[in-house]
Every structure is written in C-alpha cells, then in structure tokens.
Design a protein around this ligand. Structure first.
Ligand SMILES: Cc1ncc(COP(=O)(O)O)c(C=O)c1O
Length: 428
C-alpha cells in the first residue's frame, strides 16, 4: 500500500512545477465543474468565460438585430465560418482559406472522404486501421456503399500488433500490398493516445499515389500541426475536446489548396461561392477555398463559443500548450509507474509518440472508473481496460496529476471498485 506520505514528495514537486508554470493563470478563465478533478478534456473541454462571452454576444446580436445579424453583427454571421477558419489555421499549419469551421466531424468525414475518393482513378481501396474511432468507419463504409461498392472488398484495415498502437511500417506494408486510393487515419488514437507519425505516413501515401486525410479530433488544440508542409490532402476535427467550444460545437476541416475547386461530395448552398450565393442559381459554384465543403447554414449558436475559446488558446500559444502537455503526461506516467504497480500505461512512453491523454490500464477499468467518478474524479472508460486521463494543459496542473494518483490508489487499496453500484455509481 502506498500511503499519503509516499506521495508527499510528488506533491511538493508538483507544487514547485505549478508555481513555475507560465500557463497556470489561464485556469482562472475556465468554469471547471464544482469541486471536480476534471481530467476529461479529451472528451469535453469545460466552458471558459471567453467562450461564454462570445456565445452571449451572438445571442444578444440575435435578440437586437434579428436577421440583420448576418450582415451587421461583429463579425457578420455570413462570413463567420471563414472567420473561424482564419483563426484555426495556425493551429493546424495551414493558410487561412484552407480551413473553415463547418458541419460535424462525422459529416466532414462523409464529405471529404467522398470527395477525395471520387478523385481516385477506378475503384481502389481506402486504408484505415482497426483502432479508429467507429464513426470514421461508419462514414467511410457508407460512402463506399453509396458508390455501389462492397465496403468489405474496398477497405484495407491495418491491424494493431498489440491492441494499443499502430505501426507506421504496417501502414507502409499495406500500401505496398494493396491498391489504395485514399488513406484516412487518426492523428492520435482515441483509446491509447498514440500520436502517429503524420509526415511519414503522408509521404508514404503520396509515394504510392494515394490521397491522404487525417482525423485530428484528439490532437487539435494540444499538438501543433503543419498540414500544408506535410502535404496532407485534407483533415477534419472536433471543437469540443481540446478546443473547449462546447458539446456538439461546430467542427473544423482543412483542404489543401491544391484541391480548391474540386466539387464536394455533399454540396450545399453554404459552400457556394460567397459573392453569388444569393443569386440562387440552381447550379452549384464551389467557394474558392475550404469553405466549399460547408453544407448548410453556419450553426451560429454552436460556432460562437469557439471564437472565445480560441482567445484562450491564442493567449497560451500552441507550442507552449504542447510543451506543458508533454511535461504533464510525462509526470503522470512516472507517477503511475511508481505508485500504481497494478496498472499499465497503454500510451507510448516516448513523448513524441503521444497526444494529450494517458491510457491507464487495469483489468477492472470499467468499475475503477465508476469508483473514481463517485469521488468526483472525472475520467472516462474505454473498452476493454482503459481509464483515460487527460491533464489538459489550459486548466490542469501537476498537483491534480498527483491527486488523481492518490484517488486511484485509494480506490484500489480499499477495493472501492468492487463496491460500486452499476446503476447509480455509488460506492456502498
Ligand atoms: C477520433 C474521433 N472522430 C470523431 C469523433 C466524433 O465525431 P462527431 O463530432 O461527429 O460526433 C470523435 C468523438 O469523440 C472522435 O474521437
């Protein structure tokens, strides 16, 4: 059993690091739910005063200006998605017109995979991996079916060797062995937190004449990207995780400027060339940039919080966020190794190979995470054995990593997870 005294040195070290942390003051800008140890920002980031301010402003603009908000609001709602795109672009290493805030991530996968598959010659396969987030596969399979193709014959699924990570060499081998037209992979695996080598995979895809897209849901806002420099063809991401824009917030997408002018698979009037959108022509003329991949009207109430949320990230700087994220996850991994010997770390130990969260594995992870929740420690469980722990750098510090370990230690020592009620989550 590890006692509180054993963690005393870790606490002291954590305090020292928190005091020296140049991002620590940003925490004040967030409403972290009452008394919670909030370590779930890779699922849903908390509300910031900044996001609340821009949401409230848009609600007021709606109240005071009604429909005139499309032209007279500040910024005008008509170009709001493109405005968000300009602000998101530096986070992914793109030019402003290569990015737009649009749709949901799943819809963006549909439209971008559909668009780029149509650019392939013949009916080649689409390469994915077996640790992907399920929605990616659902959307890709549906796109294949819409083209009259059997997904089982047209998906190349790279299999993990260890159930946690994907080897880039296996992706390269699959590219050698199959006729792959399109590669679509996550930047960071949602369960283990492995960060794939994006430049290497993009290079390999292009050497094989394949187009390449990424799902950046688990990296945008915590890992800097340089998509245009890598030569990535397209990317999608959510805004409700590390971007803290709220539940179901408008998503983001990137299209490399080489592909501007391509007709989107899911064309809609909001992706029409802006200057002539209100001519209401029956034929669709795509907007010049990534904005062409919008479908319907920009969802202002789910887009507005992103504007303020980006203020916080811009004040922090994405490089500083990544630096702190690596330091926090390193610290947490060391603590787990030292104080929780019955748990494994499923996340790569090389910081260059991981995103912003840590997968703490335990054979009874489902009940363990329920017992943690009963202690107001907000983490999540992913089958079969992972407690995901996210020290999000904008509002989590080192001391909270120690607190997490202390709670988990107590849950294991007192076998609280064996006494947690599956229905109401209470420990008896
Ligand atoms: C990798 C990944 N892609 C996509 C999604 C979800 O997409 P959507 O916002 O359309 O629900 C998630 C949600 O957690 C995710 O982790």
């Amino acid at each position: 059993m590890v006692t509180d005294t054993d963690l005393a040195a870790a606490r002291e070290e954590a305090r020292r690091r928190d005091e020296a942390d140049s991002l620590a003051a940003l925490r004040e800008r967030f409403h972290v739910p009452d008394g919670a140890l909030y370590l779930d920002g890779n699922s849903l980031g908390p509300l910031s005063a900044d996001a609340e301010r821009t949401l409230t402003r848009v609600v007021e603009e709606w109240r005071e200006r009604g429909i005139r908000g499309w032209t007279d609001a500040d910024p005008p709602w008509f170009g709001y998605a493109e405005h968000l795109g300009e602000r998101l672009a530096p986070l992914v290493g793109a030019d402003p017109e290569e990015v737009v805030g649009a749709n949901s991530t799943t819809v963006n996968i549909h439209t971008l995979v559909g668009t780029f598959y149509d650019e392939c010659e013949g009916t080649p396969s689409i390469l994915v991996d077996d640790l992907d987030f399920p929605t990616d596969h659902y959307a890709i399979r549906a796109q294949l079916r819409h083209r009259g193709l059997d997904p089982d014959d047209h998906l190349v699924v790279v299999e993990s060797r260890d159930g946690r990570t994907i080897a880039e060499a296996d992706i390269e081998r699959a590219l050698d062995e199959h006729d792959v037209g399109l590669v679509f992979l996550p930047s960071v695996l949602y369960r283990s937190g492995q960060l794939l080598d994006l430049p290497r995979i993009t290079r390999a895809a292009h050497e094989h004449g394949s187009l390449f897209g990424f799902d950046l849901a688990h990296s945008v806002g915590v890992v800097p990207h340089d998509l245009s420099a890598y030569g990535v063809d397209f990317a999608v991401w959510c805004s409700y995780k590390y971007l803290n824009a709220g539940p179901g917030a408008v998503a983001g997408l990137y299209v490399n400027r080489e592909h501007f002018g391509t007709t989107p698979a899911l064309a809609g009037w909001w992706g029409h060339e802006k200057e002539t959108q209100f001519d209401m022509a029956m034929t669709y003329t795509p907007a010049h940039g990534a904005g062409a991949w919008q479908t319907g009207t920009v969802p202002m109430l789910s887009a507005a919080p992103l504007e303020g949320a980006l203020d916080v990230l811009e004040d922090a700087g994405i490089e500083a966020v990544r630096e702190k994220s690596v330091a926090l996850t390193d610290f947490l991994v060391d603590l787990v190794d030292e104080h929780l010997p019955e748990c494994d770390v499923g996340t790569p130990r090389d910081p260059a190979r991981r995103g912003g969260h840590v997968a703490v594995e335990h054979p009874d992870a489902a009940r363990v995470s329920r017992a943690l929740k009963a202690r107001n420690v907000v983490v999540d469980f992913r089958r079969p054995n992972v407690v995901r722990v996210c020290p999000a750098p904008l509002y989590v510090g080192y001391e909270e990593c120690v607190e997490f370990v202390a709670h988990l230690r107590a849950v294991l020592d007192d076998r609280e997870y064996e006494r947690v009620d599956a229905r109401d989550g209470r420990v008896t």
